[in-house]
Design a protein around this ligand. Sequence first.
Ligand code: NAI
Length: 473
Amino acid sequence: MAQEYDLVVLGGGTGGYVAAIRASKLGLKVAIVEARELGGTCLHRGCIPSKALLRSAEVFRQTKEADQFGVSTQTPTLNFPKVQERKQSIVDTLHKGVQGLMKKGKIDVFEGFGRILGPSIFSPTAGTISVEMNNGEENEMLIPKNVLVATGSSPKSLPGLDIDEQYVMTSDEALNMKELPASIIIIGGGVIGIEWASMLADFGVEVTVLEYLPHILPTEDQDVSKELTKQMKKKGVNIVTGAKVLADSVEKSEGVSIQAEVAGTTETYQADRMLVSVGRAANVKNIGLENTTIEVEDGFIQTNKYYQTKESHIYAIGDVIGGMQLAHVASHEGMIAVEHMADQLPHPLNPDHIPTCIYSSPEVASVGLTEQQAEEQGYEIKTGKFSFQAIGKALVYGETDGFVKIIADKHSDDLLGVHMVGPHVTDMISEAGLAKVLDATPWEIAESIHPHPTLAEAIGEAAMAVDGNQIHG
Ligand code: NAI
């Protein structure tokens, strides 16, 4: 039977379900089509389960180091099945929460695979959604005024490197490992690679990271990348940069080996398992884009700043449009798209205002331009940097590695970028995000009183350091 809606959202991940809630609050009649589970990658195969594992790894490491706090423990042992159980129970709790939110918002959820149809007897324009139901029942036909494509992304591999359950994994398989390997090779030293390197090293796994570019975390400020390299090496992670992996040299038997060209010589790396983290590809296949005039470039759906595709009533947001593939970006884009459909005149998203967070230990967080980007864009800059070593709360906490770095325009005092490495910086970056939105100067950040003793004092000090006025350094 065909059903009519104001909006059908294709994909119930963090982008899609948040957009659906916003639309329902704006009075639209909304349906979500989800092929797997509501909550999508972030909840089931990304942010939440990986952070749950990272937290267990952190507790394991800290327990081993408890002696320095005057707490004596017997040698701690790891119960990895229990680590996995805890992770799953967090995911399950949040999954129930999202299902509850759909009911509360009176959002109809169709469990099945949705495809966009072209003009048909149902509608003169493309956009009718045919849903192949997971329960095997007859296809549902949904006739929306607007469609929001939020189908997300999937891990990429390299040609010649087949993902198998046994030796070569992406983060999808790694999250469900039943036991930890003794050693692992991680291909790609980006966000996923470094979070996993940090986690696995804290769990006691021998880790080698092979990164193609000259630095790990290549999109971060170079000071951040250098500091993280230092911290990962301190944990015992073997970081190899400038590594041209020869993907088809992979050999699997009682473990896995692969060759890489590093500084002109061919090296062989061997471990129990391999994790491939070389980026994520947009989920654009089989969703019916060929029935529309929607443009896809480099694998990503093209949109305007309100996320309209070439078919103006079909919007697309999140990982499927590329850019910064982050859950909080997807949900923000989703809200803008829905507000635009409902004629609410939303502000377009400013990429300079998007905080990024990496949950390694120590954590990394940033917003705005890196020093290198600021210089490339022709700014004359001044910077303030303050180490956590001089922050009382960091000493109390026992975590003094890292810094806050603030980059400002030398002439206008405009805040250009804020970059942090250290304890709890992913919770602290929102202050810098707010400063960017309010167009605050470093002086204004410093005027805002940072309570003592807190880790956030490092932000106040770094802001003062921009003009050489820091107190404790
Ligand atoms: P990424 O783009 O962050 O990093 C991929 C890395 O692999 C890059 O450093 C690249 O130079 C390297 N690489 C590419 N080809 C290679 C090769 N042949 N040999 C060696 N190195 C190679 O992608 P990643 O880490 O897979 O993450 C995917 C997306 O998920 C990113 O957009 C990321 O921001 C997002 N994400 C965000 C998280 C967070 O916000 N905390 C956590 C996990 C993922």
